[in-house]
Design a protein around this ligand. Structure first.
Ligand code: ZN
Length: 297
């Protein structure tokens, strides 16, 4: 499932082309992937085209958490959610055969004759049209702060009052926007925090360490083009290489890169979770939790 690094890398790979070329006609093959927000309430074909930024120039791209948005020069905004298998790619020439020729829900003609295509085989993603950037900002305000730039004090505010396990809190997009299963595990390992620790038991020093670990893990992955799991590709169809950097994700039973002990793994709230029992010791942390004064939790 694409997380923040994949979406940010996709945004950066789309932007050079999107900002210099006008979007032309839009072909909609599956209208059910489109949601019309705020004042746009009709599914009339001409308005649907307009909502999808047909015949417009893109002024800016935006991202918050795992959501990507295109803002047109007249103020309309289109949000792309990749879900599990969504992609936005540029292509030229004949429509590809095989798997790339299927699940092409929306296609935009570009002024140089090339195309931009939204595909999403499993359809957990989609496109949401907003009438203005203000409407989008209002929608995004319901998400937590963006994880790529999360400050320690903001993270502490978000997690110190919940007794949920810290991994569960990190995966909640209303707490922190953009962290998914991969980078939750990687950041917790880097900060030496067990994924099952109650979030409210983390000390301020641990939250500082965790915020730094989250930012570093995400920034490194953005520069590597994201982690290519399943069929993630950027706008030019390139796979990312960040998965080569993973210290724990996907490495259950393999040696910890820090201490050499074997990494443990289990399903945790339905998500595969991997950690090092030596470097991320739950029992020691629990003892420290009990010793903390109540006012600090
Ligand atoms: Zn270890």
């Amino acid at each position: 499932m694409p997380e923040l690094p994949e979406v940010e890398h996709l945004r950066r790979s789309l932007e050079p082309t999107l900002l210099r070329m006008c979007l032309g006609a839009v072909t909609i093959r599956r209208a059910s992937v489109i949601t019309l927000a705020d004042e746009i309430v009709t599914r009339k074909a001409s308005l649907l085209q307009r909502a999808l930024l047909s015949e417009s120039r893109i002024r800016a791209t935006h991202r918050h958490g795992k959501q990507l948005a295109f803002e047109s020069q007249d103020g309309r905004v289109l949000v792309v959610q990749l879900g599990m298998t969504g992609s936005v790619t540029f292509e030229q020439g004949p429509v590809p055969r095989g798997v790339l020729g299927r699940h092409r829900h929306v296609t935009w003609q570009l002024e140089d004759g090339s195309r931009m295509v939204f595909r999403d085989p499993r359809r957990f993603g989609g496109l949401t049209a907003y009438g203005s950037l203000a409407a989008l900002r209002a929608a995004w305000s319901r998400l937590g702060p963006d994880a790529l730039t999360i400050a320690p004090n903001r993270l502490f505010e978000r997690v110190h009052s919940t007794a949920r396990p810290i991994k569960t809190a990190l995966l909640d997009q209303a707490v922190l926007a953009g962290v998914g299963n991969i980078y939750a595990d990687e950041s917790l390992f880097s900060a030496r925090i067990h994924p099952c620790r109650p979030a409210s038991s983390l000390t301020e020093a641990e939250v500082v360490s965790l915020a730094r670990a989250i930012r570093l893990a995400l920034r490194r992955a953005v520069t590597r083009g994201g982690s290519t799991l399943r069929d993630y590709r950027d706008a030019l169809g390139r796979a990312g290489t960040a998965s080569q950097d993973h210290a724990v994700y996907g490495r259950k039973g393999m040696p910890c890169k820090r201490c050499g002990g074997l990494l443990e793994g289990a399903q945790f709230h339905g998500r595969a979770t991997v950690w090092c029992a030596c470097c991320q010791d739950l029992s020691t942390s629990t003892a420290r939790t009990r010793a903390r004064p109540k006012s600090a939790t």
